[in-house]
Design a protein around this ligand. Structure first.
Ligand code: NAG
Ligand code: NAG
Ligand code: NAG
Ligand code: NAG
Ligand code: NAG
Ligand code: NAG
Ligand code: CU
Length: 253
């Protein structure tokens, strides 16, 4: 009796999970601190010629984050290139492999590709899914992402995370940590939104950075990002299973 009620409910949830996060669609972030600005500058490494910078600044309205991306040196083969915000920062030895999976505070997963016409259903960190791949050797783009957060404490906050550039086969080409370059103030009278995001994301990153002391093998990657509070208190219920998914996905993407 009871199962006949529960099972349909579960299968509905499973269907919904294909397109939307288990915690729902991403919420538009309306209280990004005016003037908050971060940059992720790709390192000079021998394994690739890809160079450039991702600059992320609160939209002047507080609604969303303005991205300004300038890259060059992309290879002539292996594209189109994807790029994402990944959950964890790069450890001191500079390997992109340790950045875990895409930032996905609503626990949407990788399986269904992002539909750019419904960006609220995409992983928050899937910037190229929402805004387009990199298709040429030199790339410049500016856009506002409504779901990105520069408010520390929210799962959608990315100021302590990294950005990774990929070949079309998902192999990681290069990566950089976001670093604060300008502080901001939370706009007054905008208490809105993003409740759900507060609770997620942290466990997977905690396990990656947890025992890590890093053997500092020289690649000139910026030290781990600012504002890295270990807010494990923020991790609740669903985060555990999300972390497992994220950990699995980390080996793929
Ligand atoms: C992915 O593509 C790049 C560029 O074409 C290539 O160098 C690399 O070996 C490929 N990786 C895998 C796992 O196939
Ligand atoms: C980044 O910040 C978010 C929000 O404050 C937090 O939940 C997460 O654990 C932090 N990640 C790392 C790797 O410190
Ligand atoms: C970006 O490239 C990947 C890999 O080729 C592809 O799967 C994806 O659909 C592309 N995304 C967009 C928005 O064009
Ligand atoms: C908060 O959200 C509601 C509904 O989404 C919207 O009508 C309202 O204008 C928002 N308020 C602020 C201050 O952003
Ligand atoms: C935030 O959470 C509170 C209490 O849990 C709820 O009443 C409110 O509607 C939520 N706001 C949003 C924007 O989800
Ligand atoms: C880089 O550092 C991380 C974290 O300390 C470690 O797990 C990983 O094995 C290291 N990788 C290399 C290639 O040294
Ligand atoms: Cu990625």
């Amino acid at each position: 009796m009871r199962t006949s009620i529960i099972l349909p409910t579960l299968s509905l949830l499973a269907l919904a999970a294909a397109d939307t996060g288990r915690l729902g669609d991403a919420e538009v972030v309306t209280n990004n601190p005016i003037g908050a600005s971060y940059e992720a500058r790709l390192p000079n490494i021998a394994t690739t010629d890809v160079r450039g910078v991702f600059i992320a600044t609160s939209n002047p309205s507080g609604r969303g984050v303005d991205f300004q991306i300038t890259l060059d040196g992309l290879p002539s083969t292996g594209g189109p290139f994807m790029y994402h915000i990944h959950d964890a920062p790069i450890p001191p030895n500079g390997t992109c492999a340790q950045t875990l999976a895409h930032q996905d505070p609503y626990i949407r997963g990788e399986e269904t590709p992002c539909d750019a016409t419904a960006p609220q259903t995409c992983q928050v960190g899937d910037l190229s899914g929402k805004h387009g791949n990199i298709t040429s050797g030199s790339f410049h783009d500016t856009y506002t992402d409504l779901y990105a957060s520069l408010v520390p404490g929210l799962g959608s906050f990315f100021g302590n995370r990294s950005v990774v550039v990929h070949f079309s086969n998902k192999t990681r080409i290069t990566c950089a940590n976001f670093q604060i370059i300008g502080h901001g103030a939370v706009p007054s009278g905008s208490p809105n939104g993003t409740n759900a995001t507060t609770m997620v994301t942290a466990t997977a990153t905690a396990s990656a950075t947890g025992g890590a002391s890093g053997s500092a093998t020289a690649t000139p990657v910026s030290p781990s990002a600012p504002a890295q509070q270990t807010t494990n208190a923020a991790v609740r219920t669903l985060a555990g299973s999300g972390a497992v998914l994220a950990a699995l996905a980390a080996f793929v993407l």
